[in-house]
Ligand binder design. Sequence first.
Ligand code: TXA
Ligand code: MG
Length: 370
Amino acid sequence: MTAVLKVDPLKITFDGIHARIAPSKTLDNLRIAVDALKKDQVVAFPTETVYGLGASCQSTPGVQGIYAAKNRPADNPLIIHVSSREQLETTLLQSVPSPKIPPIYVPLIEKFWPGPLTILLPLPENTTISPVCTLGQSTFGVRVPANPIARALIEMSNLPLAAPSANASTKPSCTTAQHVFNDMRDRIPFIIDGGPADIGVESTVVDGLVSPPQILRPGGVTLEQIREIGGSAWKNVVIAKPNAKENEKVRTPGMKYRHYSPQAYVTVFQPGAEHKLVDFVRNRKATKVAYLRSKTFPKSAFAGLENVQVYDMPLGTTNKDISHNLFNYFREADSLGVDLIIVEGIDVTEEGLAIMNRIHKAAGEIVEAI
Ligand code: TXA
Ligand code: MG
C-alpha cells in the first residue's frame, strides 16, 4: 500500500534555516513522513527540480530500499539532500578540517543554494554516509533543495536524504505526485504530494575537484550562470563527455544508461525540415504521433498522412516553460499509447542545454534530423 500525503508548501515558512509550520494537516503529514524516514523507510517528496525518492543517506537498509523501489543499477551513486550548508557541515563534514567546503564552490553555493546545483565533495575518511549511497566513489554529490517541503522534511527529521529522481529506472523523471504514484505504487509506503515541480529537469551536477572544473550533468543552473557567477576558476568549465565504457565507474550521471525514456520512439525535428515529416512517419509505420513543439503547430506538414493520429503537445515558448513541461508530455504520450514522439529541437543556450541533453538521452543518443 502506498499512501499519498498532501502537504501545502504555502503553510511552511522559514526562520533562518528552521522550518515553522502551524498545526495543520500539512504538519501532521510531514510528521508521518519524518517517522517513516527515521524507520529506514523510503518516502517520495517534491523538490523544485523533480520529485525525489528519499531515505536517510546514513541508513544502508534505507538506501537499499531506494535502489529496490527504482530497480536502479547498483553502480550509479545517489546524491544527498541537506536542508542547509550548516547541516551539511555538522552532519556530514564534522571530521573535515576547515575550510570544510573547497573554496572553489563558495561563490556558486552562495548564489545557487538553496537551488538546483549539486556539487561533488571528497568523501570524508570516517564518513557516516552509507557505502551503498556512494558505491565506491571517492566523492559524494550534495545539494540544498529550494522546495520548502523538501527542506522542511530534511530539517524536521535531521536526516540528510539520499534521493534520486523518483521515477522507475529508465523512465522520465516525475514532475508530479501522480507520476510517482504510477511508477511507485505498492513499492514505497509514502508519497508527499506538494504539487507540480517547478523547474521540471534535474539539478546541474558540477565537479570542482578537477581542473578544469566540469559540468557532469547540465540542469536547472545554466552553464552561462556558472561562468558568470563562479569566479575565475569556472570561466574554463567544461561539459563532461556523455558516454562511458562498460567497465568504467560512472562519472557522469546516466552515462551508460538510456535515460528519461518514454516507451515511444523519440526523435528530434530540426525546424526547416517539415517537408520530410510525412515520409518519416510513414517509414516508422507510426499510427499515433505526439508532436512536442515550441513553435506553431505545422498542420500542413502532416497533411496526407492517413490513419495517423497526431497529438499536438505545446511545450511552451520560453525555455522555462519547455523544461517545466517536457517530462510531463513524455509521460502523457506514453499514456496515450503514442508510438512516435517528435520533439522540436531548440538552441542549446541557457536552459536549452539541459533540455536538449534530456531529449537526446530519451532518444538513446539516436537522434535523427528529419
Ligand atoms: O534534481 C535532482 O538532482 C534530482 C532531485 C530529486 O534532487 N535528483 C536526481 O538524482 O536527479 P539522480 O540520482 O537521478 O541523479 C543524480 C546523478 C546520478 O545519475 C549520478 O550518476 C550522479 O548524480 N552522481 C551522484 N553522485 C556522484 C558522484 N559522487 N560522482 C559523479 N556523479 C555522481
Ligand atoms: Mg534520475
